[in-house]
Ligand binder design. Structure first.
Ligand SMILES: Nc1ncnc2c1ncn2[C@@H]1O[C@H](COP(=O)(O)OP(=O)(O)OP(=O)(O)O)[C@@H](O)[C@H]1O
Ligand SMILES: [Mg+2]
Length: 360
């Protein structure tokens, strides 16, 4: 939950400052007015990176050397201050004055999720986004996950470097034990995470698509083998490709649905609903675990959706009880609750149309 936000020289925002409502905030404005820029700035403050994968150089306002973001967040009755400075020489992060924690400290202080017009990629794109989806929940609900994930990535890198260098089998095998142990830890934490998220996934799937969905974790190697066996068996192939082909870095989350739904899911709008159901389920799971409301950023939720679908999405969002910042081309986005704070943006400048009311 974020109360006060300032962005300086971020994309088209020269200096934007806003006081946010705890429940619903609507930002409306014409094309290219700065709506996505504002949401991207908010997301950057909670992640230390762009949700669109944009490079720092593209995010710094043209003609400036750096961007600055600042926020006052609140978690469990405790005020937190977050700051990010990014210049071409690198990223600086501060949470409550401390610069040690990096992006993980931002994510811990301001957990957030994003539904934007690209969200359908979670369903239609490759497995990487679905792994990240599970890992985001795991990061927040499983204390050991981040450390295990970092150490696993290091072991994978080293094993791959040995494969690329065509090192002796004994050298490559010397990485296996760590790779297998950390791989197993990651695998188990993702399975637990899917387990606790499954109920919400099915509920939101039903709410948004009106159908029963199934979710199954694919671990990234054959189910008939242990990771150890898979590595042994795959050694020749790994060597010829110069990269490890089996392990949790190849995992996926398989989504299943009935035949009728499969035909409809060719449509972008249906994909967006399914992906949104997944994001809302993850948000609900983390929110329940952390016992505090999360921040949900909705960039142009109306895009690709008919009014029925948009109404269902907005109702599901409202039911979550998180803090929402949504953007829209017009001031009358369907499903915005009465009393929401409203801001207008024009050429990167914000005007308060209705100030936040009744913050706790
Ligand atoms: N680094 C930058 N410096 C200055 N301006 C930028 C930078 N990056 C993007 N812009 C400009 O910011 C403007 C606003 O972009 P933004 O994506 O925020 O618009 P938007 O309100 O979301 O529009 P739409 O309704 O089309 O989604 C665009 O004109 C874009 O060219
Ligand atoms: Mg936009």
């Amino acid at each position: 939950m974020i109360r006060l936000f300032r962005a300086t020289n971020f994309r088209c925002l020269e200096h934007a400052e806003l006081t946010l409502a705890d429940n619903f905030n609507l930002i409306y404005g014409a094309n290219a007015s700065g709506k996505t820029s504002l949401l991207e700035a908010l997301a950057y403050l909670g992640r230390g990176k762009s949700f669109r994968g944009a490079s720092t150089a593209n995010l710094i306002r043209h003609g400036s050397d750096e961007f600055l973001l600042f926020g006052q967040a609140e978690s469990l009755g405790r005020a937190r201050s977050l700051g990010v400075r990014n210049s071409r020489s690198g990223l600086e992060v501060r949470v409550d004055g401390d610069s040690e924690g990096g992006a993980a400290a931002l994510a811990e202080a301001l957990p957030l999720q994003v539904i934007d017009p690209e969200v359908h990629n979670l369903v239609a794109g490759g497995p990487e986004l679905r792994r990240r989806f599970l890992d985001w929940v795991a990061f927040h609900v499983e204390h050991e996950h981040l450390m295990a994930w970092r150490r696993f990535r290091r072991a994978l890198k080293q094993r791959n470097a040995a494969l690329k260098a065509k090192s002796a089998a004994a050298t490559i095998r010397s990485w296996n034990a760590e790779f297998e142990a950390l791989g197993a830890a990651l695998d188990e934490s993702r399975r637990r995470v899917l387990d606790v998220t499954l109920g919400s996934l099915k509920d939101f799937g039903l709410d948004l698509l009106g159908t029963e969905l199934g979710f199954e974790y694919r671990q990234g190697w054959s189910r008939e083998r242990s990771l150890h066996e898979a590595l042994e068996e795959g050694m020749d192939r790994d060597l010829s490709l110069g990269a490890t082909q089996h392990g949790p870095h190849r995992a996926d989350l398989k989504i299943s649905y009935d035949e009728k739904q499969a035909r409809r899911l060719v449509s972008r709008g249906q994909q967006k609903l399914l992906a949104s159901a997944m994001i809302l389920a993850a948000t609900e799971t983390v929110q329940t675990a952390l016992e505090r409301p999360l921040l949900l950023l909705l960039d142009d939720p109306a895009a690709e959706l008919d009014s029925d679908a948009l109404a269902r999405l907005m109702a599901a969002v409202a039911g979550l009880g998180c803090q929402v910042v949504a953007t829209s081309l017009d001031s009358d986005l369907l499903g915005v609750p009465d009393g929401a704070a409203v801001f207008h943006v024009e050429r990167g400048a914000l005007t308060v149309i209705r100030a936040p009311q009744d913050n706790a």
